[in-house]
Design a binder for this molecule. Structure first.
Ligand SMILES: *Cc1c(COP(=O)(O)O)cnc(C)c1O
Length: 365
């Protein structure tokens, strides 16, 4: 990834929209016979939905999934023609938003269906979510079957999509995958003529039977790991970088940062970087042995991560190698997202969506 425009803030989230579009095309080619949509909830996994959405649309994506109506409203502002589904369903107090922005709620509870019918919002035609074994959102199989035979409510709903969600798709050998696919095949047959959608990123890697009519990848679009072992060949999209504010020489035997949690074992060069846990660089990373990269060379964190700052031990790069103003990569091609997530004891999704809005979003177009 090349740096786009001159750094306009000391901590930046650089999003490669070309890589994002390439990843969408890759997922589309892995899903022959199915339309490829995009999950852009949580501000497109932290990358900025108002830039990511149009980049995906330009690549050919027409169907988008957000979690909340406000996310859908914001996305509508940049995607006048797309189909936008709201995964968390119909939020009655926000009813006007669905109509105004032609948002399609994903209805997954009988009470919710009643509320949506009662509100008469004039939203876009909704999706029906059926639970096939995850026990999260979605109508039970019994309720779905009853709805499919309800000659009053079904025509009033006019669903545009029937969907379900896989619980264990990241483990291809998990027996729940085959069971959910089989149940969903039955469910979609109850709703003839309605398009069907089951798979997220990991579901796409499960292959043909999981595809149905529309796939809904999220994490893979953003270069994250959907399946252990990286079964989906995607490019990194996100680079987190921050500037060096100062480089100090610290004698041996001194503490660095809060709690003097690290002690220099030798005369050291310490680079102080303008990013901290308030930016989403988790405090636990330092003790877990996290690394950053400067000019492609990896260096370890030193001491605690503070709210706005962190320290790196750059002694091994030699005197003068690191200067005030140099950019440090905290996540990116040299510090893979999956490495950071593993060290933080979490998953790529949580790292991406935890990168705070204080960091400037910069786009490579
Ligand atoms: C988030 C989400 C997706 C996308 O999942 P990824 O694992 O990020 O590909 C698809 N469908 C539903 C219902 C989701 O909540």
């Amino acid at each position: 990834m090349s740096t786009p425009t001159p750094p306009a803030a000391p901590a930046r989230l650089v999003v490669d929209l070309r890589a994002l579009a390439d990843n969408w095309r890759t997922l589309d080619s892995l899903s022959p016979g199915a339309e490829t949509g995009a999950a852009v909830k949580a501000d497109a996994y932290g990358t900025g939905a108002e830039a990511a959405g149009p980049a995906l649309a330009a690549a050919g994506c027409r169907t988008f999934f957000v979690a909340l109506p406000a996310e859908g409203a914001a996305l509508r502002g940049v995607l006048p023609d797309a189909d936008i589904y709201v995964l968390n369903g119909f939020h009655a107090p926000s009813a006007a938003l669905y109509a105004k922005h032609r948002l399609a709620p994903v209805l997954g509870d009988t009470g919710e269906i009643d509320a949506w019918l009662g509100a008469g919002t004039g939203s876009a035609p909704p999706a029906i979510h059926v639970d096939t074994g995850m026990n999260r959102l979605g109508l039970s199989l019994e309720d779905a079957r009853a709805l499919s035979q309800d000659h009053v409510r079904l025509p009033a709903i006019r669903p545009s999509l029937v969907m379900s969600h896989l619980a264990c798709a990241d483990r291809s050998g998990h027996p729940l995958n085959a069971l959910q696919i089989q149940r969903f095949a039955e469910v979609r047959a109850w709703f003839p003529g309605v398009r069907a959608s089951l798979s997220n990123s990991a579901g796409i890697a499960l292959g043909g039977p999981a595809r149905f009519d529309l796939v809904r990848p999220g994490i893979s679009l953003y270069g994250g790991t959907a399946v252990e072992g990286g079964a989906i060949p995607v490019r990194p999209v996100v680079r987190v970088e921050a500037d060096v504010l100062t480089v100090r020489s610290v004698p041996a035997g001194e503490g660095v940062g809060y709690g003097a949690a690290a002690t220099t074992g030798r005369p050291s060069l310490v680079a102080i970087v303008s990013a901290g846990y308030a930016d989403g660089i988790q405090r636990r990373l330092a003790a877990a042995g996290a690394m950053a990269a400067i000019g492609g060379r990896r260096v370890p964190y030193l001491g605690r991560v503070s709210m706005d700052l962190l320290a790196l031990d750059v002694t091994d790069l030699g005197p003068g190698a690191v200067r005030r103003g140099d950019a440090v990569e905290l996540v990116g091609p040299d510090v893979p997202l999956s490495e950071v997530a593993t060290l933080a004891g979490t998953i790529d999704y949580e790292i991406l969506t935890g990168l705070s809005n204080r960091m400037l979003r910069q786009y490579i177009r």
